[in-house]
Design a protein around this ligand. Structure first.
Ligand SMILES: [Mg+2]
Length: 259
C-alpha cells in the first residue's frame, strides 16, 4: 500500500514561527528522499520557505493559506521555484475588517506590536498582539490567551455574526478567517486528483494510506477539519497523529508506518 504523508508545518516540522532546526532538517531531508508527502500550512509561500530554512522542498504538493493555494515545485528551474496550481480568492466583508479593528481597540491585552490584520488574498490572518511581535512577546501572548481564551471568544463571535465564514485558531497568536469549508480539509480531494493524474499511479488514490501529522487537532484548531475528515470519511486508510513539536514528529516517523 502506498503511503501519502501530509504535514502541517508550524509546530510540526518547525518550532512555532521559527525556522526548522539544523538537526530536524538533516533528518527530514533524508526521510523526504524516500517518501511521498504534501505540506499544508496556514502561512503563505514566502513565510513557509523562510521557515523551511533553505531546505529544497521536494514535496508532491505544497498547500499554503490553509489549502487555499496549491504550489508545485519545478525541479527543472530551481529547487526553490514553485508554480501556482490554484488559488481561492477571498474578499473579506468590509464590516468584518471594522469588527477586527474594534477588537484591537477593545482587547485588554496590554501590548500591540504591529501587523494585526494580514490579507493573504485567499484568507485573513488576525492577531491582537500583532505578527511583528518578538518571540518573547509571542510566548507571553500565547500564555495569556490560554488563560483568558481571547482567540476562542473572537473566533466564536465571528462565526456567529458571519455564518458564511470560518474563524479558527492558528499558531500561537492568530486567528485564520476564510469562507466556510475552505480549510485544510479541502486538500484531500486535490491530493486524490493529483495522484490520479499520474497514469502509473491511477489506482493509488483509493488504495493509498493517508498519514497526517499536525499540532492543532483539537476542535477549533486549524488541523482539526482535515484530521476529522481522515478519521471519518477515509477510514480505514486515514491516520492522524497530534505532535508536540519537531522532535515528537521525528519519533512518530521513525516508529510508525516505517516498515
Ligand atoms: Mg501548526
Amino acid at each position: 500500500m502506498d503511503r501519502i504523508f501530509i504535514f502541517d508545518v508550524d509546530g510540526t516540522l518547525t518550532p512555532s514561527r521559527r525556522k526548522m532546526t539544523k538537526e530536524f532538517k538533516e533528518f527530514f531531508e533524508q526521510w523526504a528522499l524516500k517518501n511521498h508527502f504534501y505540506l499544508v500550512t496556514g502561512s503563505d509561500l514566502p513565510k513557509l520557505q523562510e521557515q523551511m530554512n533553505g531546505m529544497d522542498i521536494h514535496a508532491d504538493g505544497i498547500f499554503t493559506c490553509c489549502g487555499n493555494q496549491l504550489w508545485e515545485s519545478d525541479p527543472a528551474v530551481h529547487p526553490k521555484h514553485c508554480d501556482l496550481v490554484y488559488e481561492n480568492k477571498f474578499e473579506p466583508p468590509k464590516d468584518l475588517i471594522e469588527y477586527l479593528k474594534e477588537q484591537l481597540e477593545k482587547s485588554t491585552y496590554h501590548h500591540r506590536a504591529g501587523n494585526h490584520i494580514e490579507d493573504r488574498g485567499s484568507m485573513l490572518n488576525f492577531s491582537i498582539v500583532g505578527r511583528d511581535c518578538s518571540l518573547m512577546e509571542r510566548e507571553n501572548y500565547f500564555k495569556w490567551d490560554n488563560l483568558n481564551g481571547e482567540r476562542k471568544e473572537i473566533s466564536r463571535a465571528i462565526g456567529f455574526r458571519w455564518p458564511e465564514l470560518d474563524a479558527v485558531i492558528g499558531g500561537q497568536i492568530s486567528i485564520d478567517i476564510y469562507p466556510k469549508g475552505n480549510d485544510k480539509s479541502q486538500i484531500l480531494k486535490h491530493i486524490k486528483q493529483n495522484i490520479n493524474m499520474d497514469s502509473h499511479t491511477k489506482t493509488l488514490a483509493d488504495s493509498s494510506e493517508y498519514i497526517f501529522i499536525g499540532d492543532r487537532m483539537e476542535k477549533g484548531g486549524n488541523d482539526y477539519p482535515l484530521a476529522q475528515l481522515l478519521q471519518t470519511q477515509d477510514r480505514p486508510y486515514g491516520y492522524t497523529y497530534e505532535t508536540e513539536g519537531p522532535e515528537h514528529t521525528q519519533r512518530i516517523l521513525e516508529n510508525t508506518h516505517n516498515d
